[in-house]
Design a binder for this molecule. Structure first.
Ligand code: ZN
Ligand code: ZN
Length: 321
């Protein structure tokens, strides 16, 4: 076997093996908004029924959802988040935060988050538990941990999904799901967060076939995640630097890493260790309310969606967690 195909193990890649698929992420997003029934998933995600049914099955097999009969006659089932599924809530909040900052206008302003504990409209803020400081990618150091190893990523040959689903949910976290839900793109961004900028370094780290790598680099540049610079003429060599928009995805990956460490760590320990340079402590990320600074718990957060006219149509979708 050719070991060139292996990439560095990391809980992010493990997490993405389970959830890093656009359809699976759409389903989880709906689950966090309180959707439980098949037809409601179908309406909100716009996924074709066979694909939806397949992904729901996978999410049940991975232990993120559980299938429960809520009616005996006729027999009807619903899908509920398990503790493991609910553990992805901080990552989901970070996706909401990113989308509110970077999604194309006017979508950006459509979603409000209300913290029931303080009663205020709030922003979810990623912080270091040790010092309470907001997490900034440039202040975090990556180091290989005891569980590091090389893994063969389970990438399939699927190309980027060109036709996006047309359900309501597709409008909500559309951009961030396109990036995180594409494993090649997320692997390229991970290299960026590890400080690798040169084409050869990225290729070595990700082991992505050159045609796919070129395609994803082009896409990430065109959508403002990377800036391409020439650092050497003849032969010309390029580097790809993360933009602020891409750096803002860091908290999403950090929360996925934390979740992956909890549910998929190897017996030796975590594969990657993060240190918060500002305080020197190992980075234990948490998501807090921007107003009262208390941690945001899944049952204390309510999402409100603005309609197109910009007013609140009552409670469009209460998160009935
Ligand atoms: Zn800190
Ligand atoms: Zn609050």
């Amino acid at each position: 076997m050719n070991d060139k195909k292996y990439v560095r193990a990391c809980s992010i890649t493990r997490a993405l093996d389970v959830i890093g698929d656009h359809a699976a992420l759409l389903i989880l997003e709906c689950a966090f908004l309180g959707v439980r029934k098949f037809d409601a998933f179908q309406r909100r995600t716009g996924l074709l029924r066979p694909l939806l049914s397949n992904r729901l099955k996978q999410l049940v097999e991975s232990g993120l959802l559980t299938k429960v009969a809520y009616c005996e006659r006729p027999l009807r089932y619903e899908y509920r988040l398990t503790e493991k599924g609910r553990g992805l809530y901080p990552a989901a909040l970070m996706m909401v935060r990113w989308e509110r900052r970077w999604a194309p206008l006017p979508r950006r302003t459509e979603l409000r988050l209300v913290h029931a504990l303080c009663g205020c409209e709030a922003d979810p803020v990623p912080v270091c538990t040790a010092c309470g400081g907001e997490i900034d990618a440039r202040e975090v150091e990556w180091r290989e941990g005891p569980g590091v190893g090389l893994v063969l990523p389970h990438y399939d040959r699927r190309r980027r999904q060109t036709r996006m689903p047309e359900g309501d949910a597709a409008l909500l976290l559309d951009t961030v799901l396109r990036v995180v839900g594409d494993r090649w793109s997320s692997l390229i961004l991970r290299s960026g967060f590890m400080g690798l900028t040169r084409y050869d370094e990225i290729r070595e780290e990700t082991q992505i076939a050159t045609n796919i790598l070129a395609d994803r680099l082009r896409w990430l540049c065109a959508h403002g995640f990377l800036v391409k610079r020439t650092y050497q003429e003849s032969p010309s060599r390029h580097e790809y630097r993360l933009t602020e928009k891409a750096r803002d995805l860091y908290p999403v990956l950090t929360m996925l890493l934390q979740w992956g460490d909890r549910w998929y760590a190897s017996p030796e320990g975590p594969p990657i260790l993060l240190t918060h340079r500002r305080c020197g402590a190992p980075l234990e990320p948490a998501v807090v309310c921007s107003v009262c600074k208390e941690p945001l718990h899944i049952d204390q957060v309510r999402f409100e969606m603005l309609n197109e006219a910009g007013s609140l149509p009552g409670m469009a979708q209460a998160a009935a967690f």
